[in-house]
Design a protein around this ligand. Structure first.
Ligand SMILES: NC(=O)c1ccc[n+]([C@@H]2O[C@H](COP(=O)([O-])OP(=O)(O)OC[C@H]3O[C@@H](n4cnc5c(N)ncnc54)[C@H](O)[C@@H]3O)[C@@H](O)[C@H]2O)c1
Length: 314
């Protein structure tokens, strides 16, 4: 979707961090914006940034896990700012970083409910409207670099982010030939408030995060006897601002990128991952003409999905 002027962006998780950065970037690019979040007070606090600059924005209170509420929220958003052209499924949460066998079923339901089902709710509520109107439109879901290169100990988070990346590739495949594009946004470290807000929006029935073990990477390595403790770098220096992340998202929408990334430092890890996969395919099996025929003529979407070819030509 190249022309963004006066088009309507519906951004979830927009009261903070990356969602707010994306909403600001959309406004700067000429779009009108629905700032969607379940924390109305936080939405009210960020709205002046838009109004003071003369940008058209409205707030929409919504818990993305509420299926019926989602449709009502979309009706309300479209009544206020017109047809939605850009859906950004960005609302997300994290849960305590523990190995999977120590996770609770409540945490499984909480994180999959918001990170996966919340994004699906957005697609089911909005994409049919986009298709019916036939105007250029786009859907983004915020995955994570950790959906592709996993963070050890964060299974639940990683799996929700891998799930939505697969969801967006499939959506892009299913939307070929329409006017609606789709992207997975896979940020590396960005200035946001995920730990804090995940705690705030965590259902009261779930155990307090403070009662659970801290993330594994929090502890610096133990110094050897007689040695100085190792100097830890300031890890915040690896982050980019949410505004810069938002600008990259807008650029990705305009270019029609299937994947939108923030940190080129992760590219070698992705290359190594796919090389290790390629190495694992058996190359010593006997020729099988019937199988070859089926793959070449009927399973083309698995062996050669055109969405990847198209991306390489961009
Ligand atoms: N910050 C990072 O480094 C980073 C990296 C990779 C991916 N991400 C992903 O980016 C997204 C935003 O992260 P962030 O760091 O900006 O976090 P953030 O906490 O600053 O923003 C998340 C927002 O989502 C809202 N939210 C949570 N549950 C919701 C629900 N059920 N319905 C509606 N709104 C809800 C919160 O109220 C909050 O305003 C998340 O999906 C996160 O997983 C973040």
């Amino acid at each position: 979707m190249k022309d963004l002027q006066n088009k309507h962006a519906f951004v979830t998780g927009a009261a903070s961090g990356i969602g707010l950065g994306i909403a600001k970037a959309c406004a700067k690019a000429g779009m009108v914006v629905s700032l969607v979040d379940l924390r109305q007070k936080a939405l009210d606090e960020v709205t002046p940034w838009f109004t003071e600059r003369g940008y058209k924005a409205q707030t929409v209170a919504l818990d993305v896990t509420d299926r019926a509420g989602y449709v009502t929220a979309v009706d309300k958003a479209e009544a206020g700012l017109g047809a939605i052209h850009l859906l950004v499924n960005n609302a997300g949460v994290e849960v305590p970083m523990v190995p999977l066998w120590k996770s609770t079923h409540d945490d499984v339901d909480f994180i999959t409910g918001v990170n996966i089902k919340g994004a699906i709710n957005g697609i089911i509520a909005i994409v049919p409207r986009m298709l019916e109107r036939g105007e250029p439109a786009h859907v983004i879901t915020t995955s994570s670099q950790s959906g592709l290169s996993v963070v050890p100990g964060a299974t639940l988070y990683n799996l929700t982010k891998a799930a939505v990346a697969a969801m967006m590739e499939t959506l892009a495949s299913d939307l070929q030939g329409t006017n609606v594009g789709a992207s997975a946004f896979c940020p590396g470290p960005v200035q946001g408030n995920l730990s804090k807000t995940s705690y705030e929006v965590r259902p009261a029935s779930l155990p307090n995060q403070a009662e659970l073990p801290p993330p594994r990477f929090a502890a610096p390595p133990e110094p050897k006897p007689g040695e100085e403790p190792p100097k830890m770098p300031d890890f915040s220096k690896a982050t980019i601002s949410a505004e810069d992340a938002g600008d990259l998202v807008v650029r990705g929408v305009q270019r029609g990128d299937l994947y939108i990334f923030t940190h080129p430092e992760f590219a070698p890890g992705i290359e190594a991952k796919y090389k290790s996969m390629l190495r694992a395919y058996p190359t010593d099996l006997p020729e099988n003409p019937e199988r070859k025929f089926i793959f070449e003529n009927f399973f083309g979407f698995l062996a050669k999905n055109p969405i990847y070819e198209t991306q390489q030509q961009r």
